[in-house]
Design a protein around this ligand. Structure first.
Ligand code: ZN
Length: 228
């Protein structure tokens, strides 16, 4: 079944267990919060840019098909700042629409996270970001990316070929183990930082960068300018 039909049948976007551990503003120290604030603001700006160019198209349920992640080192360890699942188009509030993922346990297919309230869940693509940004040491790389941008706007092998971007052959339901593994396999086959842009067939494009500005630059140069 395709992800579109899965959602039409009332299936969940987020297909892993989310354990809410409290609100970002209450849980972070002031030093950690400063790091969160500056990175979350960059993420918000970049996501709006993707929306502006139609790279994160709005799904039939009115929610945006795109997200992003930044790896940050806080006083208690490495975490992932990600956009929320099922975000509506338009303005992004860094407390209401962004989550801080504390860990992702692949065996249990479960994450622990902070967000303003329990009903706000991290993006359904959290497993993919966690693996690609290498918080679990899954992929050996010469250099490690710290930021990722992803949208459902470009997702076919024809577009990948036209733009000369590596594309995975697997067609998977989003937010599943198979979906994450398909991206990991693609990055292993086309290593970062030599490659920074990828296409997951029938899912979307995936950009890695040394920081969010690098992702945006790649988005402009490798996707937006040649394609749009
Ligand atoms: Zn996605």
């Amino acid at each position: 079944m395709s992800e579109e039909n899965h959602l039409k049948d009332g299936g969940a976007r987020v297909k892993f267990i989310c354990l809410w551990k409290g609100s970002i503003s209450e849980k972070l120290s002031s030093d950690d919060f400063k790091i969160y604030e500056s990175n979350a603001s960059q993420l918000a700006k970049s996501l709006l840019l993707q929306e502006k160019y139609g790279l994160s198209p709005v799904a039939p349920d009115g929610k945006v098909g795109g997200n992003g992640a930044i790896k940050v080192n806080l006083s208690f360890g490495a975490c992932l700042i990600v956009s929320m699942s099922g975000k509506l188009p338009g303005s992004i509030d860094i407390l209401k629409h962004i989550c801080l993922v504390l860990n992702f346990n692949e065996d249990l297919w479960q994450c622990e996270y902070f967000a303003e309230q329990e009903s706000v869940k991290p993006t359904s693509d959290t497993p993919m970001h966690y693996a690609a940004l290498n918080l679990d040491g899954k992929i050996h790389m010469k250099a490690y990316p710290k930021a990722a941008l992803h949208g459902h706007g470009l997702a076919t092998s024809e577009v990948a070929e036209k733009l000369n971007i590596p594309c995975s052959p697997e067609d998977t339901l989003f937010s599943t183990r198979e979906d994450m593994e398909a991206l990991v396999k693609l990055i292993r086959q086309y290593p970062y930082p030599l490659n920074k842009v990828f296409i997951r067939k029938n899912h979307g494009y995936y950009l890695l960068g040394e920081d969010m500005s690098d992702c945006v630059e790649n988005s402009l140069n490798k996707i937006i300018l040649p394609y749009i």
